[in-house]
Write a protein that binds this ligand. Structure first.
Ligand code: NDP
Length: 292
């Protein structure tokens, strides 16, 4: 079997076009322009690049973007004051605080200040709590896991009744991905660094979501024939043929796994583009909540 490659870039583009159409319709109706405020503290080049790409996506979709940048030595009070100001600003639909922040900043305290209606990353304990409770809906689903589920559903993978294995239990990917799968009636196993016989557990999976940040750790013979594989991992490996001297690979050994799986996402071009598309979708939703 050779797996069908799930084209995250193309699916993300479709999501972006749908969002852009709704943004245009809102503008025509004189409603609040969905506007994303990003908060960057310090000068990490990767964080600066992520924030810039989010601002660019907003512009491409006709949405507003505000980028706030504080120096690396900003105090806790200054960061919190900024979030409070953005909370109070009626022009701001969604607030995204780029993580990680410098180590002297209490991230938890900052994130918990974001108004629930502006929490487009979906990381507030209240949003996650709602995700975990039967019959409750979060206002916003965290963007990367949301993208994973969207890719599965768009590809026609049946989630209900499936055995799903999630590798990783982080707050931003693994745990919310597992909660979403449970909500869609999969039977879910969550694996982490202390899991025994990882290959044996993964072999039970009809659906595998890999989010551990370990270069190509999941080998082809770990995959159940016909499984759907969503690879969230982003790992740089040396590659002398590239100008940058490196290329990106996932947590799954793509070449091996694609011979066994029924569906698989590539890295890059799988989950990555979905994360920003879902952030745009969440920012639109925030504007819809605040100004229906
Ligand atoms: P974290 O480092 O926060 O979490 C990693 C998880 O993997 C932890 O639960 C950890 O277990 C588990 N883990 C680590 N090593 C092993 C192992 N050898 N066997 C089993 N489990 C292991 O990572 P993130 O969730 O933030 O990110 C995971 C990956 O996804 C990274 O490569 C990251 O770059 C990528 N990513 C991609 C995004 C995208 O848009 N495509 C967005 C966000 C992340 P334990 O809890 O026991 O420590």
């Amino acid at each position: 079997m050779t797996a069908q490659i799930i084209d995250g870039k193309m699916i993300a583009q479709q999501v972006r076009e749908e969002v852009a159409a709704k943004v245009t319709a809102r503008a025509a109706a004189g409603k609040q322009k969905p506007t994303l405020a990003t908060v960057l503290v310090g000068d990490r080049p990767d964080s600066a690049a992520y924030v810039a790409s989010k601002g660019k996506a907003c512009q491409e979709l006709g949405m507003g973007s505000i980028s706030e940048h504080l120096p690396a030595d900003a105090t806790q009070e200054q960061v919190e004051e900024l979030v409070r100001r953005l909370n109070a600003d009626p022009q701001v639909s969604g607030i995204l605080v780029q993580l990680p922040m410098p180590s002297h900043i209490d991230e938890e305290a900052v994130l918990s200040l974001i108004n629930l209606e502006k929490d487009v990353d979906g990381f507030s304990p209240l949003n996650i709590g709602r995700l975990a409770q039967k019959g409750r809906e979060p206002l916003f689903v965290p963007c990367t896991p949301y993208g994973c589920i969207y890719l599965l559903e768009t590809s026609g993978v049946k989630i209900e009744g499936a055995n799903a294995v999630v590798l990783g239990r982080s707050n931003i990917v693994g745990m919310p991905a597992a909660l979403l799968l449970i909500g869609k009636n999969a039977t879910v196993t969550v694996c982490h660094s202390r899991t025994k016989d990882l290959p044996g557990v993964v072999r039970q999976a009809d659906i595998l979501i890999a989010a551990i940040g370990k270069t190509q750790m999941v080998r082809g013979d770990w995959i159940k024939p016909g499984a759907a594989v969503i690879d969230v991992g982003i790992n740089a490996v040396p590659d002398a043929t590239k100008k940058s001297g490196q290329r990106l690979v996932g947590d799954v050994h793509f070449e091996e796994a694609k011979e066994v799986a029924s569906f698989i996402t590539p890295v890059p071009g799988g989950v990555g583009p979905m994360t920003i598309a879902m952030l745009m979708n969440n920012t639109l939703r925030a504007a819809e909540i605040q100004d229906p």
